[in-house]
Design a protein around this ligand. Structure first.
Ligand code: SF4
Length: 487
């Protein structure tokens, strides 16, 4: 099997990095061309072509999908959630091997739909497409796919769309995957899923190389956007009615590294706080090794930064953390938590944990469970380790048996759930501010919203309340969420 490091991408990659402004103009021109092509297609089909963008994976992918959707809607596509659409794009994730299998499985269905609709076009993008063996597999076994593009050139989507729209279905698959890029292109259109909240990319890629993680290989080295561009985007969003922004990056705490004279992450947060109209600020993800005292102080003193921090620990054993290349010890992590609790007592803490990492013993796993009970997380995302081809840990030998891993995982889950329920219980009877997000999926008489600390609350209301803040009394605790009443 091909491995990233040995792969030769030269046949289908380009590494040209355009100056960003020049590239922006190129893409805007491509959008005009695409508009004309969509008008021709509309005449041929007798209706505007439909598009369906399916997102797998994390917040970064969700944000990329909004950009793809933005371009498509701007040039005349109609969005739909049905994969019967004239254009289907899978924005893929490759964090786990089974994520790849899911995509292959769904592609089978698309093939039969394409046989019935010869105008149908299928494109794949995202992290999975950055893997050379995936490209090879798609080229040989999924030849009906029309376009592949990676994570580094998503900003070229208008240009790629023009090529896709002029491609005959029997033409060879278009492949445009870059090994890396320094280019960050601003200002392409975006369609936001929610009118009142939005993600804002502040940086791309990661330099941390945790031994289990594929992200640095598929998303490339860390690069930050300029704070000027970020703040302009936030101001535009606020003018457009957005009240909550989530600053996104694989490791937001190292924002600005490598950009001389650029703001630090805490300084950037302070600037975002000054933007009128923005009422809540969230960010994701924080690497514990880079979380500074300056950031804690800014969070403590802020009126807008939400009382929630996602701080992935991954393991409670220093030895396992070393094997994972996390670059902090159990003691350092606990010290950091103690500092956070001291400075921001109402902070809600969540985390990620991997169980069954190669080299982990039952004693190590017990240390993780003890740490969960000590930190008392508000919630934790727990995963059983699965080796990711192309990462160093994929070749490490396993230590625990499947049974031991399963048993330890269940015990960990119990500890996580117990602490999560206790954390939610502490809010009972309190009156809190809720940002209403949507109509409750089970009961249309209820609205669903979130507290600053991310806990979900459902309370009676109607659609007109979406995107607004309400003061709500948290009356009924349902374990992981509340039923409340507006006061
Ligand atoms: S910090 Fe580690 S886990 Fe997170 S994206 Fe970077 S390499 Fe992956």
């Amino acid at each position: 099997m091909l491995n990233w490091r040995e792969a030769d991408f030269s046949a289908y990659t380009s590494t040209i990095a355009y100056p960003s402004k020049e590239e922006e103009e190129r893409q805007k021109e491509a959008m005009h061309t695409a508009e004309g092509l969509v008008a021709d297609l509309t005449a041929k089909l007798g209706h505007a072509p439909s598009c369906c963008v399916v997102t797998f994976g994390c917040q970064m992918n969700a944000r990329d999908s909004e950009k793809i959707q933005g371009v498509l809607e701007c040039v005349g596509f109609t969005a739909t959630e049905s994969e019967e659409a004239d254009l289907v794009i899978y924005n893929t994730c490759t964090v786990r091997d089974n994520a790849n299998q899911r995509v292959y499985g769904r592609l089978g269905h698309l093939k039969s739909m394409k046989q019935k609709n010869p105008e149908k076009r299928i494109a794949l993008c995202g992290c999975m497409i950055q893997e050379p063996d995936v490209i090879e597999k798609l080229k040989t076994s999924y030849r009906f796919v029309d376009l592949l593009f990676g994570t580094h050139n998503i900003y070229k989507f208008p240009e790629l769309l023009c090529k896709l729209l002029t491609k005959n279905t029997e033409d060879r698959m278009l492949i445009d995957v870059w090994k890396s890029t320094d280019a960050i292109v601003e200002d392409l259109p975006v369609v936001r899923k929610y009118p009142f909240k939005s993600g804002v990319n502040i940086m791309f890629g990661c330099d941390n190389f945790c031994t289990y993680c594929i992200v640095p290989y598929v998303r490339g080295r860390e690069r930050s956007r300029s704070s000027r561009e970020i703040l302009q985007e936030v101001e535009k969003l606020a003018a457009d009615g957005v009240v909550e922004v989530m600053l996104l990056g694989q490791n937001v705490n190292s924002y600005g590294n490598g950009l001389p004279g650029e703001l630090t992450f805490p300084e950037l947060l302070q600037e975002v706080e000054k933007v009128d109209g923005i009422k809540r600020i969230r960010f994701m993800t924080s690497h514990p090794k880079d979380l500074s005292d300056e950031l804690i102080a800014v969070m403590r003193d802020s009126k807008k930064i939400c009382r929630h921090l996602h701080l992935p620990v991954q393991s409670g054993s220093t030895e396992v953390l070393r094997k994972m290349n996390r670059r902090y010890t159990r003691e350092q992590y606990l010290e950091l938590v103690a500092k956070l609790r001291r400075e921001i007592p109402d902070l809600s803490l969540t985390t990620d944990i991997i169980v069954g990492f190669p080299g982990e013993t039952k004693e190590d796993l017990q240390q993780t469970i003890d740490l969960v009970n000590e930190v008392k997380y508000d919630n934790a995302y727990t995963f059983i380790y699965s080796p990711r081809t192309g990462t160093p840990a994929a070749s490490y030998p396993k230590t625990m048996t499947e049974e031991e891993i399963k048993e330890g995982f269940d015990e960990l889950l119990k500890a996580v759930q117990k602490n999560a329920q206790e954390a939610v219980l502490r809010l009972e009877g309190r009156t809190e501010e809720v940002l209403v997000e949507e109509i409750n999926t089970h009961d249309p008489g209820l609205m669903t919203g979130r507290l600053s600390n991310n806990v979900l609350v459902h309370f009676p209301g109607d659609e007109s309340m979406i995107g607004k803040f309400y003061t709500v009394k948290l009356t009924e605790n349902h374990g992981f969420y509340y039923i409340g009443e507006k006061v």
